[in-house]
Write a protein that binds this ligand. Structure first.
Ligand code: ADP
Length: 493
């Protein structure tokens, strides 16, 4: 049987095809397993000088990369997809160790990341321009799609591999080279991807990886003239500050930001299947997902039944270390995140809401860093003005908001500055379709809790973002349209 060497990487920036350990006196940052608190690595931080070197190396590598036939670029990406699938278990274990999500969710993320390398590996050869007839005789227009230049990619800690894969694969397929800054809490899977890409044939310098602080790396990427596109997945506040930093250089921006997804349960919904899917959605990465359901709109006369069903499901969940057998929900990323969730729930309770279900089973499990865990919780009696309903929760909390009429539910669902995802559950297809169309969101799941796939564009409306990832659209974020207006060659000279 053919075996491959174990996943290997150095905890340091990856620049021009080599690990760059920062010099003495630099200040490494620690990466810990959020479930147990165990130290995983001390990572050499990319400072402003290292980021500048990475950008300049990427610009040099760009000349060769854009000249490579698109099909050859695509092959490298498809080989990367195959390598990720082959090393699913190792990547999943590393992902669970640094991020905390249960192993099966991590393995699903590896597959999801591979699907973007596969998709954009295929899309690379479908980028083409067109010839447009000129209104004057003897001339023609060539409309070209060109790689924009160096792309700056900034990703968060909730999907450390997949968020990177979406951006890296699209940028490289387009013929851009890239500088990727993973989140400080979860840089290890990003670094582990570097040798995989190199083994797949990616030339040195085409992808640089610069672990470091967002407030240091972001402004350097935003200010450098070689960087032509900035793609960020993060909070709306970070997106806004990146826009400001990018404004003087008129950089293109692709932003996937926060959400406040409504989840509307129609009066005819099957509450058994709704409960099942809602709990899966909210326990996915312990609710630390920008598309998770944030406000559950339930018909007032069905709320009691929903509470009863949810309470039974919440009580049966296993909360613990994602590497342990059968765990449904892992820790949050750090204890500040838990404190934040706790304070939102406490504020809601003080304002009249009620905790109707809670699972604190993790408190009695030995070896866990209990302060990093947040109990799966159902809160009833939540009103639109509570912070729990106005802002993204980022924790395993299910807030129930009751409604009397459907137009009222739709209006309240849309009464938010965010517009990333929305969900609607019921049985009447006509009604489902009408409600889905009325919701102001980049993606609506109808009787489906995880609609995101590499084949479709994903991006928010309103303050949830600009642009899209995935689908045909994802690659366009990294292309610019240029026109050549020229004499039309003729056989008679
Ligand atoms: P989250 O709440 O998911 O951590 P953030 O927006 O804080 O979202 O972080 C997402 C990514 O943006 C991380 O890689 C982070 O380091 C980076 N980041 C944070 N601040 C800035 C900034 N001012 N400019 C650019 N990137 C930043």
């Amino acid at each position: 049987m053919k075996t491959s060497p174990p996943l290997w990487f150095e905890p340091a920036p990856w620049i021009d095809g080599a690990w760059r350990q920062p010099g003495r006196g630099s200040d490494p940052f620690t990466v810990r397993n959020p479930a147990t608190g165990a130290l995983l690595a001390e990572v050499g931080r990319a400072d402003a000088g290292a980021v500048t070197a990475a950008i300049e190396g990427a610009a040099r590598a760009g000349r060769g990369w854009r000249e490579l036939p698109a099909a050859a670029r695509g092959e490298i990406l498809k080989r990367t997809a195959a390598a990720l699938r082959a090393r699913r278990d190792e990547f999943a274990r590393l992902l669970t160790a640094e991020q905390g999500k249960p192993y099966l969710q991590a393995a699903g993320e590896v597959d999801y990341a591979a699907s973007f390398f596969q998709w954009f590996g295929e899309e690379a050869r479908r980028v083409h321009g067109r010839i447009v007839p000129h209104p004057e005789a003897g001339r023609e227009f060539l409309v070209e799609q060109c790689p924009a230049g160096v792309a700056g990619l900034i990703t968060p800690w909730n999907f450390p591999l997949a968020q990177g894969a979406k951006k890296v694969a699209a940028a490289l397929a387009a013929g851009c080279t890239a500088v990727w800054k993973p989140a400080e809490a979860t840089p290890l899977v990003a670094l582990a991807l570097a040798p995989i890409l190199a083994a797949a044939g990616l030339p040195a310098g085409v992808l640089q990886i610069v672990p470091g602080k967002g407030s240091v790396v972001g402004p350097v990427l935003a200010a450098h003239p070689h960087v032509r596109v900035l793609s960020l997945t993060g909070s709306t506040a970070t997106g806004s500050s990146l826009m400001v930093a990018a404004a003087p250089g008129i950089k293109r921006l692709s932003l996937e930001l926060g959400g406040n997804a409504p989840f509307i349960i129609l009066p005819d919904a099957d509450l058994g299947s709704v409960t099942d899917q809602l709990v899966q959605l909210k326990m996915f990465v312990s609710g630390q997902v920008c598309v998770t359901a944030n406000r559950i709109f339930v018909p007032a006369d069905r709320e009691a039944e929903l509470i009863e069903r949810l309470s039974a499901r919440i009580a049966g969940l296993k909360v613990g270390d994602g590497l342990a057998e059968g765990v449904d929900a892992g820790p949050l990323i750090h204890m500040d995140a838990c404190r934040d969730v706790r304070s939102r729930v406490a504020e809601a309770v003080a304002a009249g809401a009620k905790i109707v279900a809670e699972n604190r089973s993790f408190e009695s499990t030995p070896g866990l860093c209990v302060e990093n865990f947040s109990p799966p919780t159902v809160v009833a009696g939540v009103t639109d003005s509570m912070r729990l309903a106005r802002e993204e929760i980022f924790g395993p909390v299910i807030p129930l908001l009751s409604y009397r009429t459907l137009p009222e539910a739709v209006e309240r669902a849309n009464a938010t500055p965010y517009g990333l995802a929305a969900y609607v559950y019921g049985t009447d297809l006509g009604r489902l379709r009408a409600v889905a169309s009325a919701l102001e969101a980049g993606i609506v799941g109808v009787n489906e809790w995880r609609p995101l796939k590499a084949e479709i564009p994903f991006g928010g409306v309103k303050q949830s973002g600009i642009g899209a990832e995935g689908g045909e659209e994802g690659i366009r974020e990294f292309l610019e349209t240029r026109v050549i207006s020229m004499p039309k060659p003729g056989v008679d000279g």
